[in-house]
Design a protein around this ligand. Structure first.
Ligand code: ASP
Length: 434
């Protein structure tokens, strides 16, 4: 009994999660062989995955608040905060533009959409164009575009803090309030600030403990999540038809990961393995949940504990990154937009490609960090390059079947990009531990 317990302790978390994932995939395939298999997994296994995601989301808002306030208060000096803020935003915008450009280069040279047989387009269109999910993606995107150009700024400012706290999609509003609160702590006399600082610091330790507790069920949760994904996967035959497009996106995402590793190495002289080993639990969870918002508590823990990045930096860079920095999503949007245009024989000139860079940048900032959000904002990119309204549903139908697996992979890139920027900002502030 004792030895078993000791052995279990020795298995690092990422191995436990990987084993859970592998068993989940196996179990999913096994159950697909039985007529009752899918229903069994949906009714009896999947809820445990949902519980895990709910727990992570539950802790996200308190975590953002206490760690951001603590991070800013620990800075002691408001000018440092401005420095961190500026560097973070510049790095986020630059990496996203690089990601979109990589996507555009691949999709324009590999041309996965050229020569797709008319019959395949018809088949995908009739299978998915009238799907409720596609209609709701288009109408969601419509709501976003019908607002004025500065509405995103208005949306960041909450008018009721409880309303902001009660809705995870309003995470930026929570970040805004936390920053305001943290800055105000810096601006009042130390004596008056101390009691709140102490309280926040203690709350921070408690919230991190809760994350630890939640992570104990991670290996079981990923089992549930992956077995559910396997039994809900589309026809393998349809997936094969989209293989070339899928591979183009994957190649782009893989290039992004290599790019991050290179940057980490060049700018910090630290080994890429050190970086990957530190954040692998977050990457695995991002892959299993397809949500960088749900994974945020784990990403924060990995970056802080494993990469030893100060809380003052990680607590600011990561929540903002989870909401506005999505390199994987923007790369995918660039590839998908051009792929759809190629398949539907709509020529795209240089201006259209530049428009993609700009709109995919804005779209990835506006995408929520939840499963499938990238596809909603893709509608805006498609509209901006002149895909006619009546072809939007057909365009989305072309890529719909393979969206979930790609979503899993782009989420990994999204959170890896955020973590890389934390490392760079820490290094540039002289805060990267040896
Ligand atoms: N699922 C992605 C994320 O949470 C967003 C997307 O690309 O759909 O980061």
């Amino acid at each position: 009994m004792n030895t078993t317990r000791m052995q279990r302790k020795k298995i690092p978390l990422h191995w436990q999660i990987l084993i859970g994932m592998a068993l989940g995939v196996l179990f999913g395939f096994l159950m697909s062989g039985f007529s009752f298999g899918k229903l069994f997994i949906i009714n009896w296994i999947a809820p445990f995955g949902t519980i895990f995601i709910r727990l992570l989301k539950l802790i996200a808002i308190p975590l953002i608040f206490v760690s951001l306030v603590k991070g800013i208060a620990d800075l002691q000096d408001i000018s440092k905060f401005k420095n961190i803020g500026l560097r973070t935003i510049i790095l986020y915008i630059s990496t996203t533009v690089i990601a979109i450009s990589i996507g555009l280069i691949y999709v324009n040279t590999l041309k996965p959409g050229v020569g797709i047989p008319e019959e395949t387009i018809q088949q995908l269109t009739s299978a998915y164009a009238h799907d409720d999910a596609i209609a709701s993606n288009i109408s969601e995107a419509g709501k976003q575009t019908s607002q004025g150009p500065l509405s995103f700024l208005v949306d960041i400012v909450p008018d009721n803090i409880f309303a902001a706290m009660s809705n995870n999609s309003l995470m930026l509003q929570m970040i805004f309030f936390s920053i305001l609160f943290g800055i105000s702590i810096l601006l009042i006399p130390t004596k008056q600030a101390k009691p709140t600082e102490r309280l926040i610091s203690s709350l921070n330790t408690i919230v991190l403990k809760i994350v630890d507790i939640i992570m104990k069920i991670a290996p079981f949760a990923v089992f549930a999540l992956l077995s559910q994904i396997i039994v809900s996967t589309n026809d393998v035959e349809i997936l094969q038809k989209l293989l070339f497009y899928g591979l183009t996106v994957l190649l782009g995402l893989f290039t992004m990961i290599l790019f991050y590793l290179l940057i980490v190495y060049l700018f910090t002289k630290k080994s890429p393995i050190w970086f990957l080993r530190g954040i692998i639990p977050a990457q695995l969870l991002g892959f299993s949940t397809s949500s960088s918002a749900a994974t945020l508590p784990v990403t924060m823990e990995c970056v802080h504990k494993n990469l030893k990045i100060d809380n003052e930096i990680s607590s600011f860079v990561l929540p903002i990154g989870a909401t506005i920095n999505m390199d994987g999503t923007s790369l995918y949007q660039a590839v998908a937009a051009v792929f759809i245009a190629q398949a539907l024989h709509i020529p795209l000139d240089f201006t259209a490609q530049l428009t993609i860079v700009l709109t995919a940048l804005l779209a990835s900032i506006g995408s929520a960090a939840v499963p499938g959000a990238g596809m909603v904002m893709l509608v805006i990119v498609l509209e901006s390059i002149g895909i006619p309204a009546e072809k939007l549903a057909i365009g989305l139908a072309l890529i719909f079947a393979i969206d979930r697996p790609l979503d899993m992979c782009r989420t990994v890139v999204n959170l890896t990009g955020d973590s890389m920027v934390s490392v760079l900002v820490a290094k540039s502030m002289g805060k990267l531990k040896k």
